[in-house]
Design a protein around this ligand. Structure first.
Ligand code: NAD
Length: 453
């Protein structure tokens, strides 16, 4: 069976086709990975790292090709795609450079040593929204001596084929990082194989199904799931600094970020000003062809994503929310485009509050007291990231402590450094990618007592 990749910015015109992996091909990919795992893990870490560096060098050389492939297939603006390629390569290089220190044996008491050993062969199942950065979880697993079979979302089959080709061209030993292609059924079939762990990036609903299957098999799972990140703007926040960041946090990648700002909570003192200034900025954004250098926002990834977003917005409007701007498909553009939308009058019964909103729609809600702000921030199934804006360091520290999230950013501080563990609490998942913790989640501790080595 063939998957047709469609261009969401050009009326869903076909970009190309990829073959869905058959059951036999999925089995064969896992068998290759299993055969490769023992010899790969037996290599000294320095040799594994040396074997992977050509892949990173090749990706660097092909950076523009990778960026354009992402922009064409899922609609990310070319400026963002290029920045994401750079960020991903920086992340991959950090992993290669720091693995020796992180994975080094550690003496717990005289003569007793903990080794970080690979888990085995894993299934790495990914979403479409940041395809190259997503590979970092697979890469950290492979550096640590595991082998993986990667399955990207059916929305980016051509990008997956491109990476498969780069891995082969870079001379990474066969089976160390393999690829299968297809949708949910291929993901399910992959989970049915003899695998030792799962690394999953995707929605909370799918994550729960993946986790259930992993539990039945009694294998570990790292789950990087969705989010409904709150942004809290206290009365003493520096709005000149905060507003451009808030705009980017919501509308970058057409709102399709796991960690994007999804609910903005603003103190009543500055509510009208924040609403007004954000609306002016949102209206000024240039929508259009993601491959044009001056485009601020491209389309959503696919028609199904646009349909879901429209249903969520319609639900809010029917229940009494008011669209201050947007809430429509922009005229003259053919594809999965949706205008940057700001909603006020949002209440907690609305889908835009209760569900993850994966598109350019921002509910802005006022609060009076600190307690009210924290209670609203935590009123979500999710707990991935949160943004806090205030000039008061003690207040920021208190809010960062009280918000239930895996990551809290104060006054726009970046959390993207590869040394930082990234991941969520509550319905946003389990385990971490990046940093020391990322390596720990794709390895197991093995204690050897008495050997002295
Ligand atoms: P999705 O859950 O629909 O799909 C994710 C992947 O799982 C795809 O490859 C899909 O084909 C596969 N899949 C679907 N059903 C499956 C099943 N039953 N068994 C096995 N595999 C299955 O998610 P999506 O729409 O591709 O991605 C968007 C979601 O990903 C958002 O919720 C977003 O927040 C989340 N996300 C999270 C992070 C993070 O780091 N926390 C990063 C990126 C995206």
């Amino acid at each position: 069976m063939l998957i047709t990749s469609k261009n969401p910015a050009q009326g869903f015109a076909a970009l190309g086709q990829a073959k869905t992996s058959s059951s036999a091909e999925i089995q064969a990919a896992v068998a290759r990975a299993r055969r490769a795992q023992g010899p790969w893990a037996a290599l000294p870490l320095a040799e594994r790292i040396a074997a992977l560096r050509p892949l990173i060098a090749l990706m660097e050389g092909e950076g523009e090709v990778l960026a354009r492939a992402v922009s064409r297939e899922m609609g990310q603006t070319i400026r963002l795609s290029r920045a994401q390629v750079d960020l991903a390569l920086e992340n991959f290089a950090w992993k290669l450079d720091n693995a020796p220190a992180i994975l080094a044996p550690r003496e717990t008491c005289p003569g007793t040593v903990v080794h970080r050993i690979p888990i085995g062969t894993g299934a790495a199942i990914f979403s479409w929204n940041f395809p190259l950065p997503n590979l970092r979880t697979a890469l950290q697993a492979v550096i640590a001596g595991n082998t993986v079979v990667v399955k990207y979302s059916e929305e980016v089959p051509l990008f997956s084929a491109l990476l498969d080709d780069l891995v082969a061209r870079a001379g990474v030993p066969e089976g160390v990082m393999g690829f299968v292609t297809g949708g949910a059924d291929v993901g399910q079939a992959l989970l049915e194989q003899e695998i030792d762990f799962v690394s999953f990036t995707g929605s909370a609903d799918t994550g729960r199904a993946v986790y259930a299957r992993a539990a039945e098999k009694c294998i570990p799972a790292v789950l990087e799931l969705g989010g409904s990140s709150p942004g809290l703007v206290f009365p003493d926040a520096n709005l000149d600094a905060a507003l451009p960041q808030l705009l980017e946090q919501r509308f970058s990648n057409a709102g399709q970020f796991c960690s994007a700002l999804k609910r903005l909570l603003v103190h009543t003192d500055s509510f009208e000003e924040v609403l007004g200034r954000l609306t002016t900025a949102a209206r000024a954004m240039t929508l259009g062809d993601p491959l044009k250098e001056d485009t601020d926002m491209g389309p959503l990834v696919a028609a199904r994503q646009l349909d879901l977003l429209e249903e969520q917005v319609a639900d809010a409007l029917e229940r009494g929310a008011v669209a201050v701007c947007g809430a429509m498909r922009p005229e003259g553009l053919h594809g999965a485009f949706f205008a940057p939308t700001i909603l006020k009058g949002v209440t907690r019964d609305m889908r835009v509050w209760r569900e993850e909103v994966f598109g350019p729609v921002l509910p802005v809600v006022p609060f009076e007291t600190y307690a009210e702000a924290i209670e609203m921030a935590n009123d979500t199934l999710y707990g991935l990231t949160a943004l806090v804006y205030t000039g008061d360091a003690a207040l920021a520290a208190r809010a960062a402590r009280d918000i239930r999230a895996g990551v809290v950013s104060v006054n726009g501080a970046s959390f993207r450094d590869p040394a930082n563990p990234f991941g969520g609490v509550k319905g946003s998942g389990l385990g971490r990618e990046n940093g020391v913790e990322g390596f720990y989640d794709v390895t197991q501790a093995k204690l050897i007592a008495g050997s002295g080595a």
